[in-house]
Each structure stands twice: as C-alpha cells, then as structure tokens.
Design a protein around this ligand. Structure first.
Ligand SMILES: *Cc1c(COP(=O)(O)O)cnc(C)c1O
Length: 375
C-alpha cells in the first residue's frame, strides 16, 4: 500500500468514469433513477441513505484512519450524537475530565435526560479508569491531546483495559488528525472527527465523521441511525472536506513546526506562567506523545501571569491571531477559552488557546512578543 501522504494527496481523485474529471464531481441530486422493478440504476437510491460525493469522502476517511468503514455527518457533534444514540438508555460511558466542552455538554445534558449513565475520570490514571468500569459500561472516550489542557492519553493502554471489560473505545482524533495519530493502529475501535477543523482545513466547512475498525453491532446501529435520522454531511461539504484532506500533510507539518517553536519560546517568556504543549520535554506525558504521535500538533494553550484581565488584554493587542473559536484553518486563532465555554467551564481564567496557522512563524512570534510586552 502507498504511504499516507501519497494516499491523502490523491484522496477522492479517482477520475470520474463519465467525463474523466480529476477533481471529483459534486453530486447534488437528492434522488436517483430506479428501474420499473424498483432497483437502483446506478447504485444509489436517495441521498440521505447514500450519496456518491459523500461516499468518496467516507472511503477516503476510512483509508486515512486505517478503518474498515467511515460515515460522514452534518457536524462533529452530529457524529457524537449518533454514537450516543446507538447505545441504549441505561448504558454507561466513561468520559475524561478534560474533553471538548460540547461533548461533555451533550452527554450530561440531552443524553442524561435520555438515560445515559456518565462517569468523568482522569483518563491518564489507569487505576481511576479500572475503578470506573461497571457491568453496563459500553464506551470509553479518549481525547488526546485534550481540549483545552493538551493532556495525553495512552490509547493502547486504555484500549487494552476497555476491551478486557468488553467496552468500545472511541478516540476523538480531531486535534491530531490521522496525519499525526491513527488510533485504530493503537487498538481503538472508533475514531471521531470534527472535519470542520484540520481535515477541512480552511474554516469553511462544518462536518463530522466516525471511522470504524470493524463491522460490528455498534457500527450497524450507527448506520441505521444515520440512514433513518439523517444527520448526514451534504455533498458540497463532502467535496470541500475531500479537497482539504488532499493538502492535510503539508499544512499540518508546517503548523506542527511553528507550534513547537512558539511553545518553546513562550515557555521561557517571563509573562507566561505555563505552556501546555505535548512537544515540550517538560510535558508530563511527553514520552507517550512521542510514541503515539508523529509530531505534536498545531494546537497549544498557555497561561499568563496577571489572571483573566491580562489574558483578555493579550487577545485585544494581538494583531495576527484572530479572536475566534475553532481550529485547524490556515489563519492563526487565539481565544480566551473560559469565556468561550461560558457557564460550567472548568478552564483556568488565565488560559489562552491557540490554533497555529500557515503564516510565517517569525511574524506570529513577533506579534505575540509585542502583545506580551504590553500586558
Ligand atoms: C470542534 C470539535 C468538536 C465538535 O465538532 P463540530 O464540527 O463543531 O460539531 C468535537 N471535538 C473536538 C475535539 C473539536 O475540536
């Protein structure tokens, strides 16, 4: 098999059999002709069930993650929702303390009312994970690096423990992307993506995906929910995501290099209290990150001296970092995460979360430097 950079560069570019087009067509058709007997004439019936552009993306996603099947959803949260809906009321799931705010809100809000039993633990601590299992535990959730504190979880170790308890492991791989970590290779059963971030890569598409290592009962249930409930990714967003995936490797390589440089520089800056970045040797799980990731990612968080006011001042005086939520685009973003998360946030008030873009890293460092000098 060709290497991942080769496969990604060519993702979805199998020439269109009708025209030879190298850039894939966007099939907007909601419905497809059938024979008088009701058989599909071209393999498709109705776009909620399956769509040629979405299928191209799903095949590319499964290939990139080394999975058996993938399904693309209307957003990352729609993917998470569909996975939760595939469980039964009363089933138990284990979430890490540090996790994307929206997933925690979904699990402890709507799905608590629906009957899901949720535990929150420190996923980096094997003893607390072992103690959290119940006979009803169906799913263990990993996010690594986590949001927004960039903790690292050992996917292989957690998967081994979870499988011993007959639970599935889902890894939210949005931050590293398959370019840096392929969780299925470490034993995970399911990979979740917000393709809105690095896979789309240009802050112009909202979408999500689930990739399955095997075709089991949970996969069948998710497929049923996707087909019947219809939180599917539309054809144009599928096409944009495929286009983004073709340049994933060079984009994230640049972003990783810049993030490492900025994290190292920030770590020795006198206005900075702490830097959270797994590429720093001082990171508590640096060794696990080295084993599990091919580079340390384009995301970092740092905490400034002077509390919330100093953090907000930095956002105000930065010129190159757009103050916006989200990540993985070509433009650098910085946000005061506690404000963005609002009520219920457990994020430190002096923390800023940065998504490093494709700008010159020297310009980014100069900009942070002038902003830090002013606080
Ligand atoms: C953005 C994000 C999500 C949610 O995805 P949407 O596409 O915004 O619905 C889930 N997990 C992580 C880690 C994210 O960054």
């Amino acid at each position: 098999m060709d290497k991942l950079p080769t496969r990604l560069a060519r993702a979805g570019t199998e020439p269109d059999p009708e025209t030879g087009a190298v850039s894939p067509p966007i099939h907007l058709s909601s419905t497809f002709a059938r024979t008088v007997e009701g058989e599909p004439t071209g393999g498709y019936v109705y776009s909620r069930l399956d769509n040629p552009t979405r299928r191209r993306l799903e095949e590319a996603l499964a290939d990139a993650e080394g999975g058996r099947h993938a399904r693309a959803f209307a957003s990352g949260m729609a993917a998470a929702m569909s996975l939760f809906q595939a469980l039964d009321p009363g089933d138990h799931i284990i979430l890490p303390h540090d996790i994307y705010f929206g997933v925690r809100a979904l699990a402890t809000g709507p799905f608590k009312r629906w009957g899901l039993d949720v535990s929150h633990i420190d996923m980096s601590n094997a003893a607390s994970l072992e103690a959290a299992f119940k006979p009803t535990t169906r799913l263990v959730w990993i996010e690594s690096p986590s949001n927004p504190l960039l903790t690292i979880t050992d996917i292989a170790a957690v998967s081994e423990l979870a499988h011993h308890h007959e639970a599935h492991v889902v890894v939210d791989n949005t931050w590293p992307s398959p370019a840096l970590t392929r969780p299925i290779e470490h034993g995970a059963d399911i990979v979740l993506h917000s393709v809105t971030k690095y896979l789309g890569g240009h802050s112009d598409v909202l979408g999500g995906a689930l990739v399955f290592a095997k075709e089991d009962d949970l996969f069948s249930r998710v497929v049923e929910i996707q087909r019947e409930a219809g939180a599917v990714l539309d054809p144009f967003s599928s096409w944009l995501t495929l286009r983004g995936m073709r340049s994933l490797i060079p984009r994230i390589t640049h972003q990783c290099n810049s993030a490492l440089q900025l994290a190292t520089w920030l770590d020795s800056h006198k206005a900075v209290e702490a830097v959270h970045y797994p590429g720093l040797p001082s990171h508590p799980s640096h060794d696990t990150a080295r084993r599990q990731m091919s580079a340390f990612g384009g995301m970092l968080s740092f905490r400034v001296h002077g509390g919330k006011m100093a953090a907000l001042d930095l956002v105000r005086t930065s010129r190159l970092f757009t103050n916006a939520t989200s990540l993985g685009g070509t433009e650098s973003l910085m946000e005061h995460r506690a404000s963005a998360e609002g009520d219920g946030s457990t994020t430190p008030e002096n923390l800023l979360r940065v998504s490093v873009g494709l700008e010159s890293v020297d310009d980014l460092q100069d900009d942070l430097s002038q902003a830090l000098d002013l606080i």
